[in-house]
Design a protein around this ligand. Sequence first.
Ligand code: G6P
Length: 608
Amino acid sequence: MCGIVGAIAARSVAGILLEGLRRLEYRGYDSAGMAVLDHGQISRLRRIGKVQALAEACEKQPLAGHLGIAHTRWATHGKPSEQNAHPHMSGERLAVVHNGIIENFEPLKRELQQQGYVFTSETDTEVVAHLLDRELKQGLTLVDGLRQTLSYLEGAFALGVIHADSPEQLLTARKGSPLVIGVGIGENFIASDQLALLPVTDRFMFLEDGDIAVLEVERIQVFDASGDVVERAVTTFEHGLGNADKGEFRHFMLKEIYEQPRVMQAVLEGRTASGLLLEQAFGSGASAVFDQVKQVQIVACGTSYHAGMVAKYWIEDLVGIPCMVEVASEFRYRPVVLPEGTLLLTLSQSGETADTLAALREVKQRVLATLAICNVPGSSLVRESDLSLMTNAGPEIGVASTKAFTSQLVALMLTTIALGRRHSLTAERETELIAALQQLPELLQQLLQLDGAIEQMSTHFAEKHHALFLGRNSLYPVAMEGALKLKEISYIHAEAYPAGELKHGPLALVDKEMPVIAVAPRNGMLDKLKANLQEVRARGGELFVFAGCEQSIQPEDGVHVIHLPEMPAILDPIAFTLPLQLLSYHVAVLKGTDVDQPRNLAKSVTVE
Ligand code: G6P
């Protein structure tokens, strides 16, 4: 989704802006541009496609200047084109970059057109540039003009603004869309996330909704929504696990799959002692909250939603209280019933997903407490929730989420334990569960050794157009996640079903062109799943089974089996995920798709 970078420095900023954009590429985009104040004039370059195209244009036409803004655009209003790419300008002296959606841009655009403004793009952003220009023409200062402009806007935005008449100032504002300020020495920056700025600083300031900030080389001044000057804390980025480098791996996704053993360690670190959970990990006041929880409402999007679905099986089984799970885009817009004692649990890798944040804001006042399980400290979701548990997975760059999902599952198991203690979960069972979780690094290491066999299996899929994933119980959401991975990066149409539903519809699709992937654990559901698999074989469907133990299912003609190592059953959803990630990865590589930045998708969906 759109990415913003901006810089004000004593040195030339074009290189900083380009590197920042490269680091934001993972968010997904279709065009890129930058505007730099160069000898009193704003020079702008925009290109469709990759940041590399913009970099090449910059080589031919170098932009020198100490103040600039840059942007990667993910089309919402108007097709991907150079005209629609940011920055947008009003006249020659004012340039704006924007992430988010201005919901009332149409009436604003009509009004501005009546006042003589000519639009050169189809974007909602261009109204911001012209509105600001109009305010400046009334005699307002840049910061007052921006404040006045913001008062007209409905929707979500993060903005970067430069004006040729204010060569010493970079302005920024945010409401509902992510934006960080990077605090340098004699230079300051803005960006959509911290990763973009790590080459130039590791000190960051997070703006609150409604804030406007004025950055100068030696000073950052922040105004809150009511115009008062406020202090916002500066925090230092923790260079933890992982970084924005592919290292020896061909793709970020593969690197992130291979990081999972270490990630399992990181998410457990400091969260247990003497075989028991340390509840302080959820924040102060967590224990008092957990004491009062009568049910859990989970809200999330995409892969995070699938993690929530797994947790429903765990919470209802091990805690014995109701757990509802819903995608945020549905939840936020319906009159939900939230009985007394509801814990709202939001799950998000980025902590900036617009629908998840909106769902949190919508019901925050009506629930017992809010808990965010998140991978980005300092993200909006974490800051706006009562309690939080970090997944500590390190930056995830591949658009298709991998390590974030498995680390969310571990965090969810810790949450299940915290709640279970207050209900039927005994201390012995808790110790068993923690001991099982501690086996994960070793277990996932063993699972990675299946990579060669999975790569071979992937050759059966390269020519296929459809695939069906089957699972039962807590492996049904794992099957859903497997199907999502395959469709996201290989563009093969994939659906997941609870295996028991097979004969209620999807069986009609099964023939030799429809590979069926099944995740088959050792639990009580195995015999039932085997019966479902017979139904597939009887229709000529080719089966690809990830099986939980040697005896369970044997390979035969048309039945390919990969056996997983022995492990405690409670780990099944985490363990079975990894081979499915590898399968999608290898199929995508065979198909030659853009694995890390699949078409049309964004890593961080900060607009509705
Ligand atoms: C996008 C990403 C997915 C992710 C989803 C939710 O669709 O491509 O990988 O699962 O957003 O993101 P979140 O950051 O809230 O987990």
